[in-house]
Design a protein around this ligand. Structure first.
Ligand code: NDP
Ligand code: DGY
Length: 324
């Protein structure tokens, strides 16, 4: 019997769509009906014999999982644009389609990036905490002073969908925009007034460096001790891509020693970041819990897009949004 597995509780509209589709065709629908991550052993057990897998960024789709699933698996559909948790080459070798959710989360993630830029620049968590702790003194000329974002130089690492949406928002702040990546993107960059530079130039020139590349073998620990030494001591690092792009121990050292001024992170290694993690002891490190795409509307769109990919893949049709 044709079977699909959903590894988590997902927004109702997407769940209802998949359930109705399965019912109409007599397909078996399995779901880990919980807000918690499906334990690995349960996943390896439940994936056995499925034709379609609907997963999240917390599910590792590797050789072991594909082997456990079996040769009838036709599609892996992730409710995310990032797919570093999926061994795409292994899927391709087995003829398994992989789908993701680009574009619908671009604006929401770009908005959060701007929020993190401002929260870091203007020390918002520290300031809010001072109010709550009764540590708000009478107005003082130099209390809780941060740095400006407007008219500063911002370096975008990866001028893709989200990087470009962040750059577009920053034009409203009159920022000077630099970007780097595997190749120049003149059609995207020209309307933004963004200049293509080398990574070293971007690190040396930027007041804020914002990371928007995917996590891959090429980008793992792209930001290491050497990279932080090349940044200005007054600069801030913002990361809303993946925690693995940053060597966190090196980041901690750079922040603690004042090699860079501050960091704003929506993504870390691991996630969740333990509350006793050294980074959380630093006042100049702002951490949000991977909420880049977390608006109600966007999460619904992502869930539906992933549902459409799943259902098309199981039916042997081209995926509306295919990674491969
Ligand atoms: P895109 O593929 O549109 O953009 C990624 C960009 O990174 C591309 O321009 C790519 O260049 C560039 N790039 C690739 N390799 C490198 C490199 N070595 N150095 C610098 N740039 C590089 O993806 P999106 O903008 O849609 O998403 C980007 C990432 O953001 C996702 O992969 C995901 O990890 C993360 N994300 C996080 C969210 C959150 O909740 N915090 C929400 C959504 C996404 P080229 O095209 O030339 O290869
Ligand atoms: C993604 O889509 O890759 C994010 O990390 C979650 O929205």
């Amino acid at each position: 019997m044709t079977t699909v597995l959903i590894t988590r509780r997902i927004p109702a509209t997407a769940m209802e769509k998949i359930a109705a589709h399965c019912k109409a065709r007599g397909w078996e629908l399995r779901q880990w009906d919980s807000d918690e991550v499906m334990p690995r052993d349960a996943l390896l057990d439940q994936v056995r014999g499925v034709d379609g897998l609907y997963c999240l960024i917390t599910d590792r789709v590797d050789e072991a999982l594909l082997t456990a699933a079996g040769s009838q698996l036709r599609v892996v559909s992730t409710m995310s644009v990032g797919y570093d948790h999926i061994d795409v080459a292994a899927c391709a070798a087995r003829g398994i389609a992989v789908g993701n959710t680009p574009d619908v989360l671009t604006g929401t993630t770009a908005d959060l990036t701007i929020a993190l830029l401002l929260a870091t620049a203007r020390r918002l968590p520290e300031a809010i905490d001072a109010v709550k702790q009764g540590a708000w003194p009478a107005w003082r000329p130099e209390w809780m002073t941060g740095v400006d974002l407007f008219e500063r130089t911002v370096g975008i690492v990866g001028l893709g969908r989200i990087g470009a949406a962040v750059a577009k928002r920053l034009t409203g702040f009159d920022c000077r925009l630099l970007y780097t990546g595997p190749r120049p993107k003149p059609e995207t960059a020209a309307p933004l007034g963004a200049s293509y530079v080398s990574m070293d130039e971007l690190l040396a020139e930027s007041d804020f460096v914002s990371i928007h590349c995917p996590l891959s073998q090429a980008t793992k620990h792209l930001f290491d001790a050497g990279a932080f030494r090349k940044m200005k001591p007054t600069a801030a690092l913002i990361n809303t891509s993946r925690g693995g792009v940053v060597d966190q121990e090196a980041l901690y050292a750079a922040l603690a020693r004042g090699e860079i001024w501050a960091a704003g992170l929506d993504v870390t290694t691991p996630e969740p970041l333990p509350p006793d993690h050294p980074l959380l002891t630093l006042p100049n490190c702002v951490v949000t819990p991977h909420i880049g795409s977390a608006s109600v509307a966007t999460r619904r769109k992502m869930a539906l897009m992933a549902a459409d990919n799943l259902l098309a893949g199981v039916a042997g049709e081209p995926l509306p949004h295919a990674v491969i």
